[in-house]
Design a protein around this ligand. Structure first.
Ligand code: DAH
Length: 340
């Protein structure tokens, strides 16, 4: 038994010299001290040791176990420390370095997709406007026909900063902002972040992008909405993408519609990306409610208009098959570089 112990210790001392990684050190630990390790096994033979030698032998074995543990631990700690340092060095960013022209990063996939749709919209006579992300409750809700006690406020869990100021929950806040500043006729769109109380998972983030279009003129009708949106979607999603308009409800439009598009991954068959439905809901739209026009100083007897709103992150996610919503917000250059 004594010889065996010495033999194992000798083996440990020579094996440790060849260990190059912390994983190899761990493997050696298992080989010697694991459940079926070489030293651990010897404890099982203690019963066979004559009673008068048992105490001394037990001590010897325990000492050997501690020694082996010390030898392996020291190497393991040393190696895992240097592995961590190496990793940190590799990922180190020197902020004082001159920027190499070839390494200035890449545009975010959401930005790239927005640039595509912006070109389509400007080609159709829309101008881009901007709206604030930190917004008065008045613009986000009240002036788009969602009074304080309106049940549709439950549809959106909002992040309030004060009772009157919140992170906008929808880009529809630009509807009253546009009507306040521009006299009809106007045809505008806006793009930006909106915020809702949501925990992050594969499909939810507390901030996401929306695109909103607004057109106000004399005699704008539902046929214009259907025509213009169909054209935008064909150009944006591809000529062959099938879309379906169906009746819906939004407080700021009457009548309201929602548009479903055929899933561009499974072509309508049903797949994980569209939750098996073969299609997905892409936008809400409708004829701007006369009361909204009126509240915002536009005479509904003279003017009418349509509005539409997209959740925007979904399109680049589908186009590039990005499985996780979280990476869209981390701005990791290794992720972004793929979308040049
Ligand atoms: N603001 C709506 C939302 O966040 C989307 C929307 C629906 C916008 C209908 C519109 C519209 O302009 O007409 O769910």
């Amino acid at each position: 038994m004594k010889d065996k112990i010495e033999e194992i210790l000798k083996y440990v001392k020579s094996a440790i010299e060849t260990v190059q990684t912390s994983a190899e050190a761990q493997a050696l630990r298992v080989e010697i001290l694991g459940k079926n390790g070489k030293l651990t096994e010897l404890f099982r033979f203690m019963k066979q040791v004559p009673a008068e030698e048992r105490q001394a032998m037990g001590q010897l074995l325990n000492n050997a176990k501690n020694e082996a543990d010390m030898i392996i631990s020291a190497k393991e700690t040393f190696l895992s420390d240097s592995e961590l340092n190496e990793k940190l060095m590799k990922e180190k960013i020197d902020v004082t370095l001159d920027l190499n022209e070839d390494e200035i990063g890449a545009l975010h996939p959401v930005t790239l997709d927005f640039m595509r749709i912006a070109e389509i919209l400007t080609g159709m006579g829309f101008s881009q406007i901007d709206g604030p992300e930190i917004e008065y409750d008045k613009y986000n809700f009240e002036l788009v026909n969602v009074p304080k006690d309106h049940p549709s406020r439950d549809m959106q869990d909002s992040l309030y900063i004060t009772p009157e100021i919140l992170m906008r929950t929808q880009t529809s806040n630009t509807q009253p902002r546009a009507m306040e500043n521009i006299r009809p006729p106007f045809k505008v769109f806006t793009f930006g972040r909106v915020f809702r109380k949501d925990d992050i998972d594969a499909t939810h983030t507390p901030a996401f992008y929306q695109l909103e279009g607004i057109y106000v003129d004399k005699k704008v009708g539902l046929a214009d909405l259907k025509h213009d949106l169909s054209l935008i979607l064909k150009k944006y999603l591809g000529e062959s993408t099938k879309t379906k308009f169906r009746a819906s409800y939004f407080p700021f439009t009457e009548p309201s519609v929602e548009v479903d598009a055929e899933c561009n991954i499974c072509k309508g068959k049903g797949c994980p990306a569209c939750n098996g439905a073969g299609q997905y809901e892409i936008l809400g739209a409708g004829m701007i409610h006369p009361h909204v026009l009126e509240m915002n100083g536009i005479d509904p007897n003279i003017y009418s208009g349509y509005a539409f709103g997209f959740g925007f992150d979904r399109f680049p996610k589908m186009r590039y098959k990005i499985p996780n919503a979280k990476v869209m917000f981390e701005n990791d250059i290794r992720f972004l570089k793929q979308f040049k």
